[in-house]
Design a protein around this ligand. Structure first.
Ligand code: 5AD
Ligand code: SF4
Length: 440
């Protein structure tokens, strides 16, 4: 989502005549887009700005420096107190105002800008795409922001405070944006939101038993030339019967579900305010696997939430072994200010969190690797996104179930959907050979 916001700001500035600097030492404006979900991300952004400020002061004193994103929102003015070289602090509901504020700063109309106010309608402002690159997959895949904010208030999470309450764009605007992207050659769109399957829950009425989110997917599904639809990040609670069923009848909706479980312990899930139990979560995974065999299931897990006992952690280990996630992002609990979990008793020592994190990583890595091995010898449908980032002689694409596949081939395959026979697998990636049949 941050990448998408950065792209929208870059597109906004390019429309005003700015260009992309070859590197930061030659830039007239440097904006750091920041994440606050974990403390490590905030520290990284602060250190980066500190070093940029040092360089700018020495070599290019006229360069404007700014923060945008969640940390800009939550710290506001405080960032300028800490780093006085910063000229601009742009809150999460203000990124569409970047160009206007930079004009003011360059013209000397204002010396500094800190704007972290809420702004009605800002959820509809993230719509511009970079003309050539759409994102790093060279215009083949694109991200489309459909809503902002979150009302779930998980007790560990800072997002509802930095992104505000849920606000959604309307279906027509989103479809128009997707159609424009497809006209420009995009084959796959990923619908984005902090709690994406809560889309339109309050604003858009259910129709024929279909929630607003399913209505939106259906409308996007109608777009000719679009091959694939993904969405992220959903909440397990938002997978109603209608959404589960849509995997059985909407072929462009890919076989992939990211289901952040956070913990395998019911006691932890309750303290986290997640709104589901372990049994319900497992039932959901089984329902999805029944409706679409081969569906890839990924997750996020937090290790070391306050009060997590050895037994709670064992429940998380056993859940991973039971569900066998294709991919698991493991996070060490990070205390975030103003969140309820920050003042809960029994905050765990860092060493214990490290130890559990390493243990869980071993288990989930082994499961992932074993699952990747199962693809060897199979033919998978791959959307070719471009040349491999690691080996520019080879092509890279993704299966519908979100596995990266590397294979030999040239320009003419880029943007095509091919069948690739999988020949080998490393810890994270599949390698294969394209079959002769072109599925387009
Ligand atoms: N500490 C660690 N991980 C967190 N996440 C959210 N808040 C925290 C926190 N305070 C993780 C969750 C979420 C993912 C995007 O980040 O697992 O799903
Ligand atoms: Fe944060 Fe996601 Fe929970 Fe919302 S649903 S509070 S974004 S973890």
């Amino acid at each position: 989502m941050n990448e998408r916001d950065s792209e929208a700001v870059a597109a906004q500035l390019m429309a005003k005549g700015y260009g992309v600097a070859p590197d930061e030492s030659q830039a007239d404006v440097i904006l750091l887009n920041t994440c606050s979900v974990r403390d490590s991300a905030e520290q990284k952004a602060l250190n980066k700005m500190d070093s940029l400020a040092g360089q700018v002061r020495k070599h290019r004193p006229d360069t404007l420096l700014g923060f945008m994103g969640c940390m800009a929102q939550s710290r506001g003015e405080e960032l300028i107190d800490q780093l006085p070289d910063v000229d601009l602090v742009l809150g999460t509901q203000k990124i569409h105002r970047a160009g206007q504020y930079l004009d003011d700063l360059f013209a000397g109309r204002r010396e500094r800008v800190v704007d972290t106010d809420a702004e009605k309608g800002s959820e509809a402002a993230i719509r511009e795409h970079l003309p050539e690159t759409k994102n790093n997959s060279a215009g083949i895949t694109a991200f489309v922001s459909i809503m902002q904010g979150c009302n779930q208030f998980c007790t560990f999470c800072i997002v509802p405070y930095t992104r505000g309450r849920e606000r959604c764009r309307n279906i027509e605007d989103i479809v128009a944006e997707c159609r424009g992207l497809v006209d420009d050659g995009v084959k796959e769109v990923t619908l984005l939101g902090q709690i994406v399957n809560s889309y339109g829950k309050r604003e858009i009425e259910s129709k024929d038993g279909k929630s607003a989110f399913v209505q939106l997917i259906e409308a996007v599904h109608e777009i000719n030339g679009l091959e694939r639809i993904r969405f992220t990040s959903p909440h397990p609670k938002g997978y109603g019967k209608d959404l589960v069923e849509s995997y059985g009848r909407l072929p462009k909706l890919v076989e992939n579900a990211h289901l952040p479980v956070q913990s395998g312990s019911d006691r932890m899930l309750k303290l986290m305010h997640r709104g589901y139990t372990r049994d319900r979560f497992v039932e959901l995974v089984n329902q999805l696997r029944a409706v679409r065999s081969g569906i890839g299931v990924g997750t996020d897990i937090i290790v070391g939430f306050p009060g997590e006992t050895e037994e709670d952690f064992e429940h998380t280990l056993s859940l991973c072994k039971q569900v066998k996630f294709d991919n698991a992002f493991l996070f060490k609990y990070s205390k975030r200010r103003d969140t309820p979990a920050a003042s809960m008793p029994d905050q765990l020592p860092e060493e214990l969190i490290e130890e559990r994190h390493a243990h869980l990583m071993e288990v989930t890595d082994e499961i992932r690797q074993r699952k990747l091995q199962d693809y060897i010898g199979r033919r998978m449908e791959v959307l070719v996104e471009g040349y491999s980032r690691r080996n520019t002689e080879r092509l890279e694409g993704r299966t519908r179930c979100n596995k990266i596949v590397i294979f030999e081939g040239g320009d003419r395959f880029i943007g095509q959907v091919l069948e690739v026979e999988i020949e080998s697998a490393t810890k994270t990636t599949l390698y294969g050979n394209p079959a002769i049949i072109n599925l387009n």
